[in-house]
Write a protein that binds this ligand. Structure first.
Ligand SMILES: *Cc1c(COP(=O)(O)O)cnc(C)c1O
Length: 374
């Protein structure tokens, strides 16, 4: 087995690119003596909300809890139903399950592999009022169809909580993901487009009152110390991670632009060959969409073969996600989601992260073209 020299994600490279500034930020926190919910978290919350275009950000422990607290803050309770997709990481379902809410899976649009607004309309109609919230996932950095999902949700009185864990900075019609729904959840897991050096997450809200609910929930239900107003928990973002995130946020746009450049190169180099390969699909970008390329995902029925071929040549690839949630033991349901299942059987993530060069992408493309010819 060859050594994998091109990784699908490289958090260490993300640290080294800004090592000096990150070390200085960490030193500043160490010297401050303030390690939990202090000035760094405050500043990061303000900066993150400003980046998204105004509103309120609340730092929490991770992306999974960001989804859960966002759902709770918009009113989802034990026994409610929550609609989401099945081609996502277990975290999306775990957040819903933590509330004791029932998962309802919605089919995807095969072009973008995100939630289909038509399928959602059908599901919400069938559930007649039981679905309290809809969680679209902006998968791989491509926004879900927020204008239409928003309309459908509104028609059925469901709240929208966006799972933005893979889409920091992505936009639809010039408007950032996270600002479309009643609430949004971000993860700062180290491999995400904006990644900490450990766990971290944030809830984003446009309404001050809902934001205040998340603030209470993330720390024991306290507004005032030692007085729980509501039943809360501990889901805090710490000062060290906030300080690191403040450094990395300064480079997010630049790094997303780098991802875009690499993605363009893949499309250029593989485009023509792919048109001639009937069972091969390149990632599509919807109209008015600003993709942030958390993953560059191609589709082929011969995925396992291509993955092995590339691994032998030192190119790492990932499969997000091999098994849809409704086929996993913890979340098994007898629903029919043929497009979701087909996507899970065919998707392959090629390396795309800001630590790569155009020459690296050319190397991957060269190998893929050789594989297609063979
Ligand atoms: C990473 C991720 C999460 C979970 O984030 P954690 O910080 O790992 O809890 C949720 N949803 C999606 C789509 C993700 O990619």
């Amino acid at each position: 087995m060859a050594e994998i020299t091109l990784l699908t994600a490289d958090p260490k490279a993300g640290f080294l690119a800004h090592a000096e500034e990150i070390r200085a930020a960490i030193e500043r926190v160490l010297a401050s003596g303030h390690y939990i919910l202090g000035p760094e978290v405050d500043a990061f919350e303000r900066e993150w909300a400003a980046y998204l275009g105004g509103g309120y950000a609340v730092g929490v422990a991770n992306g999974t809890e960001a989804i859960e607290l966002a759902l709770r803050a918009v009113g989802v309770r034990l026994g409610d139903a929550v609609a989401t997709v099945a081609n996502t990481v277990s975290a999306t379902a775990a957040a819903i399950e933590q509330i004791g809410a029932r998962l309802v899976f919605v089919e995807i649009d095969p072009a973008t592999m995100t939630m289909s607004a038509e399928a959602l309309e059908e599901v919400l109609g069938k559930e007649s009022g039981r679905v309290k919230a809809v969680v679209p996932v902006h998968l791989y950095g491509h926004p879900a169809d927020m204008p239409r999902i928003g309309e459908v949700a509104k028609k059925f009185g469901a709240k929208v909580v966006e799972d933005c864990a893979q889409a920091h900075g992505a936009m639809v019609g010039g408007r950032k993901v996270g600002t479309w729904g009643e609430a949004a959840a971000f993860s700062f897991y180290p491999t995400k487009n904006l990644g900490a050096l450990g766990d971290g997450g944030a809830v984003f809200l446009r309404d001050a009152e809902v934001a205040e609910r998340v603030r209470l929930l993330r720390q024991y239900g306290w507004r005032e110390r030692y007085r729980s107003e509501v039943a809360g928990r501990n889901s805090r973002l710490d000062e060290l991670q906030a300080a690191v995130l403040r450094v990395k946020l300064k480079y997010l746009e630049e790094e997303n632009a780098k991802r875009r450049e690499l993605a363009e190169r893949y499309r250029e180099r593989l485009g023509i060959a792919c048109k001639q390969a009937p069972t091969w699909r390149m990632p599509e970008v919807g109209a008015g969409v600003e993709h942030v390329w958390h993953q560059f995902v191609v589709r082929t029925e011969r995925r396992e073969e291509l993955k092995a071929f590339l691994a032998e040549r030192g190119v790492g690839c990932a499969v997000l996600y091999p098994v849809p949630l409704h086929r996993q033991a913890a979340y098994a349901q007898a629903v029919s989601l043929p497009e979701t299942e087909r996507a899970c059987a065919e998707v392959l993530s090629l390396p795309v992260h800001p630590g790569l060069t155009v020459a690296d992408v050319d190397r991957v493309c060269g190998e893929i073209l050789r594989w297609m010819d063979a």
